[in-house]
Design a binder for this molecule. Structure first.
Ligand code: ATR
Length: 271
């Protein structure tokens, strides 16, 4: 049986084995997908063991995405731009290909929830690793403008500069943020610490749709705030998780599973 796995630490909460097992059933593929938790300094060795045991591909999550990037012998363009890898695949030539499916997962879920992104003005909160991975896929949707806002404004400026060749992109501090946005995406880790980015209430208009790239059984802090300000719709990142998994599955198996039913089952099991 073809072996797949997810590497992360901690990994016990990972939904990936559940998701990929359902994808395999849905597409009638025979494969095994397990979770692996190397020590913080044990990723390279654990990965080598996995290939030796006949592993065909894996997902990689925190804190190993940059190490996975280094471990790959070839990279897709989206992985190079993200500077991080969440998907490794053993190619037919026996080389290790590094890919990043996070941005594709986000875009698929944004479209599923909010419709086409073309000509929409989009605000991305945060300029860390999670933000970097989704910028190119968002620009590829031909948004009218992508604005990156970050507490440390120099990081937002650097990202806007780096990606300027792919579309209309600019940066801002939270204080200087102005204008209206069709979609506001939270990629900051503020919520994980029970905090909110310093956002002004005027940011949210009656037609503003909000997306939090994190998820939890309860509504996330950012989405709760956005709803209070009257946002048109708020969605959390569970669909992005399923979307990036579907994209990884397609990279490995050449067949794209459907996300909807898996997402429903995950949501039901979340609480
Ligand atoms: P990740 O890989 O999850 O993006 P990261 O690279 O550490 O993690 O980036 C975390 C992001 O969340 C950064 O944009 C960070 O802002 P700074 O660059 O100014 O540190 C942002 N962030 C974290 N806590 C925040 C808070 N309380 N308010 C606003 N932004 C916050």
């Amino acid at each position: 049986m073809d072996l797949y796995a997810v590497f992360g630490n901690p990994i016990s909460q990972s939904k990936s084995p559940f998701i990929h097992t359902l994808f395999a059933r849905q597409t009638q593929q025979e494969l095994s997908y397990t979770a692996k938790e190397p020590a913080d300094d044990g990723f390279v060795e654990a990965l080598a063991n996995f290939w030796q045991q006949g592993g065909k591909g894996c997902n990689v999550t925190a804190p190993f995405k940059e190490q996975a990037f280094k471990a790959a012998q070839q990279h897709t363009e989206r992985a190079l731009l993200a500077g991080a890898v969440n998907t490794l695949k053993l190619t037919d030539d026996g080389l290790i290909l590094g890919d990043n499916t996070d941005g594709a997962g986000l875009v698929a879920d944004l479209i599923a929830n909010f419709g086409e992104l073309k000509d929409l003005r989009v605000l991305l909160l945060g300029a860390g690793g999670a933000a970097r991975g989704v910028i190119r896929p968002l620009l590829d949707e031909q948004v009218s403008e992508l604005v990156i806002v970050n507490r440390t404004v120099a990081k937002a400026e650097a990202l806007a500069e780096r990606f300027s060749e792919f579309g209309k992109i600019s940066s801002s501090s939270f204080e200087d943020l102005s204008g209206q946005f069709d979609i506001v995406i939270n990629s900051t880790s503020a919520g994980l610490k029970g905090q909110l980015p310093p956002l002004k209430a005027e940011l949210i208009q009656a037609n503003t749709c909000c997306y939090d790239m994190t998820y939890s059984a309860d509504v996330t802090a950012f989405n709760a705030w956005a709803s209070e300000q009257g946002a048109a719709k708020v969605v959390d990142g569970l669909g992005m998780l399923v979307g990036q998994a579907a994209e990884s599955f397609a990279v490995w198996r050449g067949i794209r599973p459907g996300s909807r039913q898996v997402l429903r089952e995950l949501r039901r099991n979340l609480s």
